[in-house]
Design a binder for this molecule. Structure first.
Ligand SMILES: *Cc1c(COP(=O)(O)O)cnc(C)c1O
Length: 437
């Protein structure tokens, strides 16, 4: 079962020593210097991805349209400094993400606050910081925001999170657009209309438009075009029934990235162009003003800017069954296999020029049978102390890391101009017990 497993990107190469390089930096040397497991982010790639969204959106959509980086995909201070520098906004879903962004100097005026169970304290924090907008998920939250804004003598901008009732055929757990989703308010049940009417009558809040997010790891434009159909129809209904014209349409995140050789690459320009053409057509047909468009890319901005490095601890062959390559990380730094059965591509970084002619299971260190990096992965012949590179781990790896089994969280290094710098330091054993009394 051998296949062409070469997922190397144009920021990856193999140097004279046969080592994998990222942005011109030898990954084996990085593993030696900073230890493993190690998250490695290529700053140029990250900036390219941000800029590509910003440029493409401003090319097609009306002025004021903007990408908002979804913090949940990757959140630490340096990310917000870079996002601000590239002129994009961000969404946050918790006091922690908001605090991280603000503490990095990210302007509150480009922050959108999401989440399906915002606490009163989080709402206060957002209002006091002067964030751009809350994406309101439910009736209770709308009233809480109104109350807090009133106490502070301000009018708070809000978007309403609408559930369009779309199944983008993605994995169940990352599918959020269906009627029975825990997020938002559904059009189908009439509750979207009710919350819109209520938002227009609620003091201290100003409704600027609507939001929908249909899912994640979506490879084609079609589900977004369906969302545009439903949302514009909804906007026209609201205009007809309530005389309200939305200024902003937020289409959420969800554009896919390739993780394994059979995944296609999404043509971002074509995808956004298709969305824009469809939206323009629909607005014309329904006599709606063209709204400003927001998008919330997470994965498609950060995923392919990151890799993770591990060190092989042992190799276990179960004759007639399988070969395990055990590494010094796993579910604590990358829970995606355990959560979703997500697939990744890996290689032996110090043997990158050799053929990937073995099929192995890369096992993580945690005490769960499913705590794997992946099964049936093509790999060079691995030996103890080899460096394993797992590709496309910039999204939902560091941000989902845990201290399960009391494993200290790994460091993040950023690469720029051939140099590495620590963006998040490695946790120590003292950090692990820091909150124990
Ligand atoms: C998860 C999420 C995103 C980001 O999704 P990606 O698939 O990483 O692009 C954006 N908006 C909302 C509301 C989300 O829940």
């Amino acid at each position: 079962m051998l296949h062409d497993n070469n997922m190397l990107q144009d920021n990856h190469a193999i140097n004279a020593a046969g080592h994998l390089t990222v942005a011109g930096v030898d990954t084996v040397a990085l593993a030696e210097e900073y230890g493993t497991p190690l998250y490695v982010m290529d700053e140029a790639r990250l900036r390219r991805n941000m800029r590509r969204y910003a440029d493409t959106m401003s090319k097609y959509f009306p002025e004021g349209s903007m990408p908002l980086m979804a913090s949940k995909a990757l959140s630490f201070r340096e990310i917000y400094r870079i996002a601000d520098d590239e002129g994009i906004g961000a969404d946050v879903v918790s006091a922690g993400e908001l605090y991280t962004a603000l503490s990095a100097g990210f302007p509150a005026s480009k922050l959108y606050f999401h989440g399906s169970a915002k606490t009163l304290a989080e709402i206060r924090m957002g209002v006091e910081a002067g964030i751009a907008c809350f994406v309101v998920d439910n009736f209770e939250e709308l009233h809480r925001i109104s109350r807090v804004a009133g106490e502070h003598g301000v009018t708070q901008n809000v978007l309403l999170r609408i559930t369009p009732g779309i199944d983008p055929h993605t994995y169940e757990a990352v599918n959020t657009g269906r009627v029975d989703s825990k997020f938002g308010v559904a059009i189908e049940t009439g509750q979207a209309f009710e919350i819109t009417q209520e938002a227009l009558e609620t003091p201290n809040v100003r409704l600027i438009g609507f939001h929908c997010h249909i899912g994640s790891q979506i490879f084609e434009a079609a589900p977004f075009l369906d969302a545009v159909d439903i949302m514009t129809q909804y906007m026209a209904d609201i205009r007809d029934r309530l005389g309200y014209a939305a200024e902003v349409l937020n289409l959420g995140g969800g554009i896919a990235v390739p993780y394994v050789f059979r995944d296609p690459e999404v043509d971002l320009d074509a995808c956004i162009r298709d969305i824009c053409e469809h939206l323009t057509e629909r607005c014309k047909a329904l006599s709606l003003p063209m709204p400003k468009v927001l998008m919330e890319p997470g994965r498609s901005i950060v995923a392919d800017a990151g890799i993770t490095l591990y060190t092989v601890q042992n190799i276990k062959v179960i004759p007639g069954y399988k070969k395990y390559v055990a590494v010094d990380g796993g579910m604590t730094d990358n829970p995606r296999y355990a959560l979703y059965g997500a697939e990744h591509t890996a290689l032996v970084a110090n043997k990158a020029a050799e053929p990937q002619d073995e099929i192995v299971t890369i096992a993580g260190r945690c005490c769960e049978s499913d705590a794997l990096i992946g099964e049936n992965m093509a790999l060079q012949k691995a030996e103890v102390d080899d460096t394993i590179a797992v590709l496309v781990t910039g999204a939902y790896n560091y941000s989902m890391a845990s201290n399960y089994n009391r494993v200290p969280r790994s460091a993040v290094v950023m690469l720029k101009d051939g140099k590495a710098r620590v963006a998040v330091r490695r946790e120590t054993l003292e950090d692990v017990i820091a909150y124990d009394l």
